[in-house]
Design a protein around this ligand. Structure first.
Ligand code: ACM
Length: 417
């Protein structure tokens, strides 16, 4: 479609709040041309297929593509097909930022689904904020972020720790050791954990961080042996999860006496390390593959049919899957000519759906997701046994560790007292 002056003015006038200001934004100027005229809607898919977090991110790519294929096979969104533009950011935050810029400014994707680590999300954030795009982030993370350009569908600390920490104390004891990868997510998650431990009168005997991709845990394991914590609280990510578990087992430590309690170890890392290395350790998450629901049965069967019977689903790939359906619901509410990142964000506020884990809701105030906390123990067959299941979905509180901070239009600010 040629962009005549008349067409330009019509589109500008219809763009609503997003167009406030002297010049219309390129999205609205081109919106009909970019995603409606060809009956296609372009989205970026930005998960690492190489590098240290490819172990998990490759499965995030697969779950996103599965949902897109299903939506397209069922007729698309109001007759429009979703066209994924796939990039490999190679587990490198700078490459994430570069590829995100290409997807939104070059390819004109209306949204991007991406990132596992908070380091990569932080690298993408200035790009999506500057370009006024929408980044759909499926991963558990540390909270304390306030951006109208990100939709958060993974768990925040209160959704993984509020039930888990007192349960661990009750069942194993009050002496905790913390081991994490060295970047913002584990540090902030441990900060929240310390607050809970203090509340319940528990103590931290060691807090240690290893570089991303680290694979030599002998000195860490020697400290476990010497200090004999009751619980090893792990926020190690990527390939390192495999090395840590295998070396723990090889050292002859006993999960019945000193379990690892993780927020990041999923069926996916366990498939890579072998079930025997994970057996007996615990993870807190909103979803496990063994969760019983018709929606989950369908998800697991479709995933295995599409990607291989040996492949597993897990709590981040599940979020990838349902957030793509949330995107569908949101876009489905918008008229074809009005589809922009801004209108999609407004339309997704308050969206609810029955996800494989249960009914989830995108919170209209903080753009995070109501989820169903669960605590599970790894078994030698590579799957988990769910031991505790929340009776209700839990509201996301991304600012729980910083009750004096509040998310406003200007970003996170200190509350006035
Ligand atoms: C993470 O970095 N949010 C796991």
């Amino acid at each position: 479609m040629k962009l005549t002056r008349r067409r330009f003015l019509q589109t500008s006038a219809g763009g609503g709040a997003f167009l406030a200001g002297a010049m219309p934004h390129i999205w609205s100027k081109n919106s009909d041309l970019v995603w409606a005229a060809g009956g296609e809607i372009k989205v970026g898919v930005l998960f690492s297929l190489t590098g240290t977090t490819a172990i998990i991110e490759e499965s995030l790519n697969k779950a996103t593509i599965l949902a897109i294929e299903e939506i397209n096979a069922a007729g698309g969104i109001n007759g429009m097909k979703i066209v994924p533009v796939i990039e490999d950011p190679a587990s490198d935050p700078a490459t994430f930022a570069e590829k995100a810029r290409k997807l939104v400014a070059g390819d004109k994707c209306v949204s991007v689904f991406g990132s596992y680590t908070s380091a990569s999300r932080k690298a993408v954030l200035p790009v999506v904020e500057k370009q006024k795009n929408l980044y759909w982030y499926p991963t558990l993370y540390e909270g304390r972020e306030c951006s109208k350009n990100v939709i958060y569908t993974g768990a925040v600390p209160n959704q993984q720790q509020d039930e888990f920490i007192p349960w661990l104390i009750k069942n194993f004891g009050k002496k905790f050791s913390m081991i994490g990868s060295n970047y913002i997510y584990p540090k902030e998650e441990n900060n929240y954990c310390r607050k809970l431990l203090e509340k319940y009168g528990a103590e931290v005997v060691n807090e240690e961080y290893v570089p991303l991709g680290h694979s030599e845990f002998s000195s860490v394991i020697n400290k476990f042996r010497q200090q004999q914590p009751n619980v090893i609280f792990s926020t190690v990510v990527g390939d390192s999860v495999v090395a840590l578990h295998r070396q723990y087992k090889a050292a002859g430590l006993d999960p019945a006496k000193m379990p690892m309690a993780s927020l990041t170890t999923s069926e996916n890392e366990i498939a890579a390390m072998g079930g025997e290395a994970a057996a007996g350790h615990f993870t807190s998450a909103p979803y496990f593959e063994v969760h019983k629901s018709p929606e989950n049965e369908k998800f697991v069967a479709a995933y295995k049919k599409r990607w291989g019977a040996d492949k597993v689903t897990h709590f981040v790939s599940e979020a990838c899957y349902f957030q793509t359906y949330m995107f569908k619901q949101a876009v489905g509410k918008i008229g074809k000519g009005d589809i922009t990142p801004n209108t999609i964000r407004e339309a997704v506020k308050g969206v609810e759906m029955i996800a494989p884990q249960g009914k989830v809701r995108l919170d209209g105030e903080n753009l995070h997701t109501w989820l169903w906390p669960k605590i599970a123990q790894a078994k030698s067959n590579g799957q988990f046994e769910i031991i505790v299941q929340s009776k209700e979905w839990l509201k996301p509180d991304p600012y729980a560790a910083y009750p004096n901070q509040v998310c406003t239009e200007k970003g996170l600010v200190e509350k006035k007292v």
